[in-house]
Design a protein around this ligand. Structure first.
Ligand code: FMN
Length: 256
């Protein structure tokens, strides 16, 4: 974001008529604490001139010197109103708001109605809603929050899955990969066991025993999975047995 022209040239080259790849851009509202709105608008104008009409904006500045990636996802303050301002000021582009959204109700406060904003010196006014949001850590910390997302937004039939069905589906998916064994050559289909287990860590978020299940997943991975000599299904079954009430596996998932 420091070098607008470099980004413009990259976007242009990626989206050249020869490749016909639709290019989108993801950015912050600024770099190293500089959240100057005109500068952000110049950046957006620049990528637009190169053919990118959709910009995903993580509504924080990033600190390239001094904060690590994890701190950069938490410490610089969120300023979602800036993304709403972009929606107002670039009506022929689309924007996606990213950063710090932890529920779908919260997402709706940005997407459904005008967004009320009071500047530090001035009176409250309304900004237009954003057309979309991108959620990152919610998928990680509470994957089942997404259980009825298609019902909520696309009027799809509720999937009505149980955790057992989700685990079975996930194990089928994971079966396409070879679990990495020490000394084995790496390749696109060779995946370390910890990467296959991690998406299940928060499967019981919000339930009694959720933390214990997570601890068991890690413990069993350390004890048995590291060497690659255990199958994922067995490891998950053991973590369930030790960590949570097995009845939860077949209970209906009741989430918004
Ligand atoms: C599990 C997970 C998956 C993500 N996937 C993507 C992705 O596919 N594309 C992307 O641009 N950012 C992705 N991100 C980054 C987030 O969109 C995001 O920029 C950052 O985590 C801040 O948003 P959050 O507060 O909703 O987590 C992902 C983050 C997480 C934790």
């Amino acid at each position: 974001m420091r070098d607008h022209d470099l980004v413009r040239r990259i976007v242009y080259e990626m989206g050249r008529p020869l490749t016909r790849i639709p290019v989108t851009v993801k950015c912050r509202i600024g770099v190293d604490g500089d959240d100057d709105y005109d500068r952000l608008c110049n950046f957006v104008t620049s990528v637009k001139s190169a053919g990118a009409n959709h910009v995903i904006v993580h509504a924080r500045t990033c600190m390239l010197n001094g904060l690590n990636p994890s701190q950069n996802r938490n410490i610089p303050p969120l300023q979602p109103h800036i993304v709403h301002q972009l929606v107002r000021d670039f009506p022929d582009m689309t924007f996606c708001l990213n950063g710090g959204i932890t529920s779908f109700d919260q997402a709706d406060t940005h997407m459904v109605n005008p967004y009320p904003y009071t500047p530090p010196s001035g009176a409250l006014f309304d900004l237009p809603p954003v057309p979309s949001v991108m959620l990152g850590r919610l998928a990680w910390h509470d994957p089942l929050a997404f259980h009825s997302v298609d019902t909520r937004y696309f009027h799809a039939k509720s999937p009505n899955l149980t955790r057992r069905q989700i685990i079975d589906g996930y194990l089928d998916y994971a079966a396409q990969f070879d679990v990495y064994q020490p000394g084995q050559a790496e390749g696109p289909d060779v995946v370390p066991m910890y990467m296959l287990i991690r998406p299940l860590h928060y499967l019981f978020a919000g339930c009694k025993g959720a933390k214990q299940f997570r601890i068991e997943c890690c413990r069993l991975y350390e004890a048995k999975g590291k060497g690659g000599g255990v199958c994922l299904a067995d490891l998950v079954a053991e973590a369930v047995e030790t960590g949570v009430d097995a009845a939860l596996l077949d209970e209906a998932i009741t989430r918004d």
